[in-house]
Design a protein around this ligand. Structure first.
Ligand code: GLC
Ligand code: CA
Length: 546
């Protein structure tokens, strides 16, 4: 099917998140770029992914790695030219790979010309594009997000001698969405990239668009109205394109971002992610089943997006204080690993580089309801570098080989945008793509095969879920169903062997076919179905009536 005709494509997607600058440097300046990424598209194709999400690549002073945008209408010169981006987009599309780009609506860099004008005088026509105040006391009910860096959501601007509002770093002033000119401009920005052919946007920090006195300034009705208007425009002019919400909120507050299927197509399931890590440590399915039970139904055209790790700290905003303490104790004993309300580590080190746990977590990522997102480098088990500040420790160069700079760049190592991981366990001589390609049982090859199995049926991306509650609480089991198809997933969350009896009466007469080896397991009869499972083992079974 031609790419644009399949309007629900995002339901069947396997997304790969990557920052252009981290992936491949084509011109030896030490910074990854569009031509470099383009060269590596075949690697991604082989891995089995069919969408990439690119972090912001716009001109920026890079004080928040590009989330501080200084110009929305072109690309950062370190990454190449606009023409290079167009070429990358074309090459991705030629391979059936969709391209999701980042759109930061909530704020700009303080270096953006709009802000420069806005601050220049109180009667500048752009004055009202940002949120100004004579005092720093408005909107007191609003939390601070970057707790380790900021003490207020207001910052003093000496040039215009007033305060401006910012939900993130103080160099990221919030745009004023009460101003129709701002709303129109931001749609124009989106239109520019849509006309070029991008398939989707991850809309950054969407809960914070509008401020109102006496509220916490998050998820306001006025904000939803603005987002719905963007969606209306999108559907009218660019059917088949997609909007993905970054709204780090509880399930009940997340639900409105889908509207009646007229707001976002997708939203990250932030509350689920930490509970997968909790379930694993507690060896108990409860954190996972509980949060999914509390997750409201979403409209049929909508989809959750699931992830284990991303470019930010592993956020612990959507857990209780007790749960957060537990997560810190279990996953970030060393306090330097903590940042804001989260943990700044990669997947493999979080799981003590235990291959069984890495596989189990990825198995859940690929079989729970939603579209999985893989963070670059996690497919080979890359490590992190907590000596780099902020979240930079999880954004080090991709490790392609054991050669010079891990095959990432021909530059002198001193010129790299960030040092490669070098330690004996996770360093590029030990952990790299080339080596893992050559080794049959590598994590990379395992990832490739599980993605193939996942993509062999639409049931994982589109099907319903029904939990089984066997007496053994260390086992997380569910049936995914779509039409006549049914897949039984059984996960052993514990580090020891387990037996489990499953109530499969409603599938009596079916045989089980284990999906990775296509081998048959006994037919379901009247008795509870007995399975034995090794430590951290999981199974995907196709249920088939024969
Ligand atoms: C989002 C991004 C994060 C960024 C912040 C401010 O949360 O994921 O990386 O710092 O927005 O733009
Ligand atoms: Ca470069």
């Amino acid at each position: 099917m031609p790419l644009h005709q399949d309007v629900l494509w995002y339901k069947d997607a396997i997304v790969y998140q990557v920052h252009v600058r981290t992936f491949q440097d084509s011109n030896g300046d030490g910074i990854g770029d569009f031509p470099g990424l383009e060269e590596k598209l075949d690697y991604l194709l082989e891995l089995g992914i069919n969408a990439i999400w690119l972090m912001p690549f716009f001109p920026s002073p890079l004080r928040d790695d590009g989330y501080d945008i200084a110009d929305y209408s072109t690309v950062h010169s370190s990454y190449g030219t606009l023409e290079d981006f167009r070429k990358l987009l074309g090459s991705a599309h030629d391979r059936g790979i969709r391209v999701i780009i980042e759109m930061v609506l909530n704020h700009t860099s303080d270096q953006h010309p709009w802000f420069q004008e806005s601050r220049s005088s109180k009667d500048n026509p752009r004055r009202d594009w940002y949120v100004w105040s004579d005092t720093n006391t408005r909107y007191q009910g609003t939390r601070i997000i970057f707790l380790d860096a900021e003490t207020s959501n207001w910052a003093w601007d000496p040039i215009s001698t007033s305060y401006y509002w910012h939900r993130f770093f103080s160099h990221q002033p919030d745009l004023n969405y009460d101003n129709p000119a701002v709303r129109e401009q931001m749609w124009n920005v989106m239109k520019f990239w849509l006309e070029m052919g991008v398939d989707a946007f991850r809309l950054d920090a969407v809960p914070y668009l509008v401020e109102r006195e006496g509220t916490n300034c998050e998820n306001l009705l006025e904000t939803h109205e603005i987002l719905k208007e963007l969606r209306r425009q999108l559907d009218e002019h660019f059917p088949g394109r997609m909007l993905l919400a970054e709204a780090n909120q509880w399930p009940a507050d997340l639900r409105p971002y889908f509207g009646d299927g007229d707001e976002f197509h997708m939203a990250f399931h932030f509350p689920l992610m930490p509970r997968m890590f909790m379930g694993l440590k507690l060896e108990d399915r409860k954190p996972i089943t509980e949060i999914l039970q509390q997750t409201p139904e979403i409209p049929p055209s909508c989809q959750w997006s699931l992830f284990l790790r991303n470019h930010d700290e592993l956020t612990l905003e959507m857990v209780t204080d007790e749960e957060r303490d537990y997560m810190y104790d279990m996953y970030a004993q060393d306090k330097t690993m903590r940042l804001n309300l989260g943990i700044r580590r990669r997947l493999a080190p979080l799981l003590n580089n235990d291959r069984r746990r890495i596989e189990l977590m990825n198995g859940m990522l690929m079989s729970l309801p939603g579209t999985p997102i893989i963070y670059y480098g996690d497919e080979i088990g890359m490590g992190d570098n907590i000596n780099l500040g902020d979240r930079n420790g999880v954004r080090t160069p991709m490790q392609w080989s054991g050669e010079w700079n891990g095959g990432f760049s021909a530059a002198d190592p001193e010129h790299l945008y960030a040092p490669l991981i070098q330690d004996p366990v996770y360093g590029y001589p030990a952990v790299n793509v080339l080596r893992q390609k050559a080794s049959e049982h590598s994590l990379l090859n395992w990832m490739r095969s599980i993605i193939t199995v996942r993509r062999s049926t639409a049931v994982f991306g589109r099907g319903s879920i029904e939990f089984l509650y066997p007496a053994n609480h260390r086992i997380l089991a569910y049936v995914r169903r779509l039409g006549n198809e049914a897949v039984l997933v059984v996960n052993n969350l514990s580090g020891t062997a387990q037996a489990v009896e499953l109530d499969l009466r409603r599938y009596k007469g079916n045989i089980l076919i284990e999906m990775s080896g296509q081998n048959m397991f006994p037919r379901v009869g009247d008795q509870p179905y007995l399975l034995t499972m090794g430590p951290y083992q999981f199974y995907w079974f196709r249920l088939r009536r024969v």
